[in-house]
Design a protein around this ligand. Structure first.
Ligand code: CP
Length: 293
């Protein structure tokens, strides 16, 4: 049984489907099944609106006690290491920590000798497994399967932990994943550098945020130029298949990777993704905490 949630390459297809099934049960009103008191803390060393509030809401809804932690007022500012911070929190009787951190694979140093479950809420440009699971849940609710679904991921692939987690999981589940991005942002992936036939063929178009805070802009990058070649514009949306959906992990740069008019259009699932995230995170926390019995 999975003890931590770190990276989608470490989550089996059976575990994915178990979490999706439990999320569906929570969405239908099922009660949580925790039989003892659990304590959790959310350690966010990078900004977050969705993931942090969603985890906290999920933790409270399944009956866990949430111990507040504010990175901006913690002893990290006095130079305490992440390992020492988490070990300190463990001494307060915490069962699980949800961590977002700017270092890729920060969790590797925490796996040496700590007895606390680690749920990765995003590591640098590495992985974002809870976002991936809510994206999978959104796609599964829409199409009832993954096999043969055409997913096109568009944007800053090299800096995107969402793209990496989703590509890993979707390919494992039998979906066809394609990338569209400028050559400077394709990282280790093969990618298209224009939309070609992909607008007409895709069941899911997943847009990625241009990550200005990670110095993503390349020589010659302009917002207008990016939107013109890679943005999902009102004109491009008209070429999408009837049943195709639009996704974006958010936050959104309106008017850059997606035209503002499309954010809440009929085929957009962007805000539905956030709601799905609550049920997915309830399922994740219940699964991980029950595994500590
Ligand atoms: N999608 C996502 O991770 O959003 P936040 O940065 O607001 O948590």
């Amino acid at each position: 049984m999975m003890k931590n949630l770190l990276s989608m390459d470490k989550v089996s297809t059976e575990e994915i489907m178990t979490i999706l099934q439990r999320a569906a049960e929570f969405e239908a009103g099922a009660k949580p099944q925790l039989e003892k008191d659990y304590y959790v803390a959310n350690l966010f060393f990078e900004p977050s609106t969705r993931t942090k509030t969603s985890f906290e809401s999920a933790e409270r809804r399944i009956g866990a006690t949430v111990i507040p932690f504010d990175a901006a007022f913690s002893s990290v500012l006095k130079g305490e290491t992440l390992y020492d911070t988490v070990k300190t929190i463990q001494q307060s009787g915490i069962d699980a920590v949800v961590i977002r951190h700017k270092e890729d694979a920060y969790y590797e140093q925490l796996l040496q000798g700590l007895d606390v479950a680690i749920i990765n809420a995003g590591d640098g440009a590495g992985q974002h497994p809870s976002q991936s699971l809510l994206d999978l849940y959104t796609i599964f609710k829409e199409f009832g399967r993954f096999e043969g679904i055409n997913v096109t991921i568009v944007g800053d692939v090299s800096h995107s932990r969402v793209a990496k987690s989703d590509a890993t999981a979707l390919k494992k589940l039998g979906a066809n994943v394609q990338f569209v991005c400028p050559p400077q942002w394709q990282g280790e992936f093969e990618a298209h550098h224009n939309w070609d036939q992909l607008l007409e063929q895709s069941d899911v178009i997943m847009l990625l945020r241009v990550q200005h805070e990670r110095n993503a802009a390349y020589e010659g990058f302009t917002v207008e130029g990016y939107r013109e070649v890679y943005g999902l514009t009102v004109e491009r949306e008209k070429q999408m298949k009837d049943q195709a959906i639009i996704m974006h992990p958010a936050p959104i740069n309106r008017g850059v990777e997606i035209d503002s008019e499309l954010v809440e259009c009929e085929r957009s699932r962007i805000f539905a993704q956030m709601k799905n995230g609550l049920y997915i995170r309830m399922a994740i926390m219940e699964y991980i905490l029950k595994g500590r019995n």
